[in-house]
Design a protein around this ligand. Structure first.
Ligand code: 1PW
Length: 205
């Protein structure tokens, strides 16, 4: 259903990630937790537009972004956030900020691949784009039960036309915003990967 709440979701996402990417590309300042978590929260409504089957993905993502927003009240930058968890020996502990950041980063990456696939795919079905995005980003980290549930959810996705309607976009305007998000989120995702790898935390867990 199209409503004002969904107005310009794509534009808001794209603009927020363009700003984050500008910070990354300037290489003058470390990424701050507050603007990062705000930008991530703008992606949540998109999950809600992908149908009831992705309600669990949305809830998990929203909770983890909420944890990062809470962290931003006392921790300035993503670097400091990771370093504190390293000092506290709780990097991989369930619910740690660092672990939640890795999960949220995967959510951003899945949306990036989803958009890339939508941009490259003819036709009205989102099943192939969404399946490819999931297979590339999340499936390697999920057990059998979650993979099966997600595969079932792929049949309950809206069509591309239905998604456009929910997002209040026509196809041409949506393509432009998707392209902006793909480019900008790539820089942000690379930055986060580098944060993890430079501290030898790994990104495959
Ligand atoms: C946008 C295209 C549609 C595909 C959406 C697929 C999303 C799949 C995510 C489903 C995750 C919901 C179940 C929660 C899994 C958690 O166990 C897991 N979280 C994630 C994001 O992988 C690990 O969370 P944890 O243990 O660190 O709290």
């Amino acid at each position: 259903m199209a409503n004002s709440e969904n107005e310009k979701i794509l534009r808001k996402m794209a603009d927020a990630f363009k700003e984050l990417a500008a910070t990354v590309n300037s290489q003058t300042a470390d990424m701050e937790v507050a603007p990062f978590s705000r930008a991530c929260s703008l992606v949540s409504p998109l999950f809600g537009c992908l149908g009831i089957a992705f309600k669990f993905a949305e809830m998990d993502y929203v909770a983890k972004v909420g944890d990062l927003a809470e962290a931003s009240k006392s921790i300035a930058t993503l670097k400091v956030m990771l370093d504190r968890d390293i000092e506290g020996n709780c990097v991989r502990k369930a619910g740690s900020h660092t672990r939640n950041l890795l999960r949220v980063k995967r959510g951003l990456d899945m949306v990036r691949v989803l958009f890339e696939q939508i941009l490259a795919t003819e036709g009205d079905s989102l099943k192939d784009p969404a399946s490819k995005a999931y297979a590339q980003v999340f499936a390697p980290h999920h057990g059998w039960a979650i993979r099966k549930a997600v595969a079932a959810g792929m049949y309950a996705l809206p069509t591309k036309a239905q998604l456009m309607k929910k997002l209040n976009e026509d196809e041409a305007s949506a393509r432009i915003q998707m392209q902006h998000y793909v480019a900008a989120s790539s820089s942000v995702i690379l930055y986060i990967d580098k944060l993890f790898l430079s501290r030898e935390l790994g990104i495959d867990w």
